[in-house]
Ligand binder design. Sequence first.
Ligand SMILES: *Cc1c(COP(=O)(O)O)cnc(C)c1O
Length: 393
Amino acid sequence: MKTAYNHWAALTQEIKDSGLWKTERIITTPQGAKIDTTKYPGLINMCANNYLGLSNNDEIKAAAKAGIDRWGYGLSSVRFICGTQELHKNLEAKLSEFLGTDDTILYSSCYDANGGLFETILGPDDAIISDELNHASIIDGVRLCKAKRFRYKNNNMQELENCLKEAAGSRIKAIVTDGVFSMDGTIANLVAVCDLADKYDAIVIVDDSHGVGVIGDNLKGAHEHCGVIDRIDVLTGTLGKALGGSSGGYTSGKKAIIDILRQRSRTYLFSNSLSPIIASASLTVLDMISKSGDLAARLKENTAYFRKGLTDIGYDIVPGTHPIVPIMTYDEIASQKLAEAMLAKNVYVIGFFYPVVPKGKARVRTQVSAAHTKEQLDYVLNAFKEAKQELGI
Ligand SMILES: *Cc1c(COP(=O)(O)O)cnc(C)c1O
């Protein structure tokens, strides 16, 4: 055996010994409020990003099928060679209209959107000021960029201001934050971020992957929720969560920035076009969200109901209004035990512990969907009540 494999065998063992080896459950149904896995049939799913329940929606599936008939299966090209259909331009225009921005550029994922953003628009003379809880794809995108880096404590505006002062000598100052922090379900203080950006002449970049299609009166996202739609310079987001749940991502914002990304962004130039199947379905997703307030109302109602239910039982949840509802156990082992007990009661939830969240901040993260029925939420709440008594939490 070549020497290299000894190294990887040792690394594998190390991950297993520390209890951090992840196994995947095999789902045998489409994604939904209720799913089957090979080991557990009939689970109520409380851990998908399927906020609007569109992952297996009939209208969306029909749009995907119509898309494949009209536009074909794939483009076999990147956008600038022969991979741009009218469809892609339509989706970019529709996303811009929905988000309230000048222009939008599509990527294969939001990971790629963030990966191709920072090094394209910022250089060694510039500064990036980043929230400590930002998503891994922002961290990786920032790593590719030669700008000076500053980091502030989560949503801490005093620290953000200190960073802006420190970065005073830089040509461009860019503040970057998640719109919604995925482990906590908390929303970035975008009003204060925009105020500080104005005061220190900085631009604002928001990754709204857990916000778009989830919060704001018209489900536009964190910028709508905070009332700062026209104060954000760049929004990145995913089509793989609330907006249909398939895959794909985008960067949207000021025209001057999107123009440059189309010329220079490496994850755009050197990666294939978004599948016409996804582009077609996404147009229908945006139509559906814009036309009916029904989805938004159901998601809001379910979230409030579930949050109140957990609180009444006596669980310690991170307060808020977002459908990400973290149940704090603090203790690492307790988070695993609670998740296991819930699985035995046919409720699928995941425990998160160090290093995904800080030590002593372990939790079971639940996520509510518009697709959950009241009966399902009642069932889940009752299961949580039983588990609490059984485990003495
Ligand atoms: C999920 C997520 C991503 C990754 O999106 P993909 O389209 O799946 O690559 C990026 N940023 C944030 C904040 C996310 O929550």
